[in-house]
Design a binder for this molecule. Structure first.
Ligand SMILES: Nc1ncnc2c1ncn2[C@@H]1O[C@H](COP(=O)(O)OP(=O)(O)OP(=O)(O)O)[C@@H](O)[C@H]1O
Length: 592
């Protein structure tokens, strides 16, 4: 596994934006030109006022010219600012799309365990909400903050040229407001990280609540009594309110103090005017200009809030991007056959070892069944073979090569994993089956559906193959979903098939259809079946009994019945349940 070097949030943000730096540079340049355009009316007004008061110009064309120049400046400002914003948004939405694509790619390359252990709401929060929150700093901060800081800077320089004393007086509210602003920003990153954490937790529990709504309803719970959900909503609102309470006063004071420039400019200006050291034109010009200082500075300050947030956002996006990947070579490996060999395999989820010293040989073209008590490690072995995780110790060989030396894509091509949780995408049934082979024609899709026993129930659906399957399978039964997964695997035509039999007891009719589908699917292939109904695997070439993370026994059905007490007991128990179930069904049929 590989851990990328940790980067500072700012460098990472710049890294995201680097492919679009041309657009960002043009956006900043246009913003600067826009600021210059925006300054022109101030100069125009000042020229007109000074000349009017001094009475030095009586030609109306002079005033009309400055009116025209001022209007031109405003038009230049509007065009440049809008163009600048359009460019920065164009670049930013591309960056956000790239970040999302990279996050999604990352999830496909980290060990499955990381993805499964993280609530899906957590990932959704990072990929959707957090990625979205990059929009403000990237699209607005660069051009708009540049212009919002440049405007007051230019005004101040101009005021210094007119009268340096008045310029200083007009700046007096800036440091005062800044003190309160800094008090507001105290511990900001920590507080904001707390708000984000609470939001993420709420999002995760909400997704959990929605996913588990069936169980919650079945057990007569409600949103209120589902304490985890209500607690997270309350915790979120408390953290946000605490944060607002601790900053609101300072924020209000600083926002009140900053624009109050006339409090100094008017009395001091009157004094200077009365003692003759300040001209009437300059006084009025400075009074007007001083009003233009605080608004852009306040806007720029608003962005510092976003800059402070961005560290936490980028860090969180970075945490996903830095997850260790399953590190595999890129070049395909030549496999001599499809034999699978496990040598002294150990594996732990976190600290707890769930497999210890597992040795196993699965011959190409054979049928191998994993059986054993729940939690014994059957699925874990199957998932290690499919490279969902890497072993903690020992090795797994496929066709003579260590699976860690085989690219993930090659493993995915070699192995079809038909799991119990057959996720159906929110797409048509046809496209769901086609996932097994994206280039498959409609005829191939339907042929696979027929072979896997899906065709009849699909044709009974309202829109046949074009019916939307809906998230996680919609209204299809477990058995139907499993048959769709078998159809997908048939299209994929992989050499090795891992089939995780459904734990829920399916009716004998459905079981027979699934059995028929599986036997068509495995023709000439290597099959590993994680079996929960022992009657279905008695003909296997090899049955492996797995208990407490170890291989307890292996052999054919008859041999194990003789030699393995656990297998004998499990088989007898299974037959008993099966017979009782069959008798129950028969009884109901007679009553009907
Ligand atoms: N993602 C996981 N994180 C932590 N522990 C896990 C995870 N998946 C499985 N385990 C644990 O590993 C052990 C083996 O689980 P596994 O699913 O491989 O057993 P199994 O024999 O397939 O069980 P079943 O027949 O119930 O499906 C169990 O103790 C289980 O709780």
């Amino acid at each position: 596994m590989e851990r990328e070097k940790e980067q500072s949030p700012f460098r990472r943000l710049m890294g995201f934006a680097s492919y679009h730096r041309g657009k960002y540079a043009a956006s900043v340049l246009l913003a600067v030109v826009g600021v210059i355009g925006g300054m022109i009316p101030y100069v125009g007004v000042s020229r007109i006022i000074i000349c009017l008061l001094a009475g030095t110009k009586s030609d109306v064309r002079f005033y009309l010219m400055w009116c025209g120049i001022s209007g031109g400046g405003l038009i230049l400002k509007t065009i440049c600012m809008n163009w600048s914003t359009a460019l920065s948004h164009e670049a930013t939405f591309s960056v956000i799309a790239e970040v999302r694509t990279e996050l999604a790619r990352k999830l496909a390359h980290v060990p499955m365990g990381y993805v499964l252990e993280t609530p899906s709401g957590g990932f959704k929060n990072v990929i959707v909400e957090k990625a979205d929150s990059l929009e403000t700093p990237l699209a607005h901060v660069l051009p708009e903050m540049t212009s919002n800081l440049l405007i007051p800077l230019c005004i101040i320089v101009y005021m210094f040229i007119l009268d340096w004393r008045m310029a200083l007086v007009s700046l007096i509210t800036l440091p005062l407001g800044f003190i309160f602003y800094m008090m507001m920003m105290r511990d900001y990153p920590e507080k904001y990280a707390g708000v984000m954490k609470a939001g993420k937790h709420m999002s995760a529990t909400m997704v959990e609540y929605i996913n588990g709504i069936e169980v919650i309803k079945a057990f007569n719970q409600s949103a209120k009594s589902y304490a985890k959900f209500t607690d997270s909503v309350k915790a979120n609102v408390n953290v946000v309110l605490d944060w607002i309470r601790s900053t609101q006063v300072y924020s209000d004071i600083s926002q009140g103090v900053w624009p109050a420039v006339l409090v100094g400019v008017l009395p001091v200006g009157c004094l200077f005017y009365m003692d003759g050291s300040l001209g009437g034109g300059e006084f009025i010009t400075i009074a007007i200009l001083s009003l233009g200082i605080s608004a852009p500075i306040l806007s720029a300050m608003m962005y510092t809030d976003d800059i402070a947030k961005i560290g936490a956002v980028v860090r969180e996006v970075g945490q996903v991007l830095d997850l260790p990947e399953i590190n595999r070579p890129k070049e395909n490996k030549k496999l001599v056959n499809r034999d699978i060999v496990l040598e002294h395999v150990c594996f732990s989820y976190g600290q707890e070892e769930v497999l210890s010293d597992v040795n196993l040989e699965i011959k190409e073209g054979s049928i191998t069944a994993f059986v054993g008590p729940s939690g014994g490690g059957k699925s874990t072995i199957a998932k290690l073979i499919a490279s969902f995780w890497d072993v903690s110790a020992g090795r797994i060989m496929l066709g003579g090569a260590d699976v860690r030396d085989i690219p993930l894509k090659q493993i995915m091509d070699e192995i079809a994993y038909v799991s119990q949780d057959n996720y159906l995408f929110n797409d048509t049934i046809r496209n769901n089956i086609r996932m097994g082979k994206p280039s498959a024609t409609d005829e191939e899709v339907e042929a696979a559906a027929k072979a896997s026993g899906c065709h009849d129930f699909i044709m009974k659906l309202e829109h046949g193959y074009e019916t939307a399957a809906g998230g996680a399978g919609g209204h299809l039964s477990g058995g139907e979903r499993q048959r769709i997964a078998i159809a997908r695997a048939m299209l994929k035509d992989a050499d090795i098939i891992i089939f995780d039999e459904a734990t829920a007891y399916t009716d004998p009719e459905n079981e027979a259809v699934i059995q028929a589908a599986v036997s068509k699917l495995i023709h000439g292939k290597t099959l590993i079946v994680i079996a929960h109904r022992l009657s279905t695997i008695t003909d296997s070439d090899k049955i492996v009994v797995i208990e407490n993370g170890r291989v307890l026994a292996e052999g054919m059905h008859e041999v194990l019945l003789e030699d393995c007490k656990l297998y004998r007991r499990m088989f007898a128990a299974h037959m008993e349940v099966r017979d009782a179930y069959a008798a129950d069904i028969e009884g109901r049929d007679i009553l009907a």
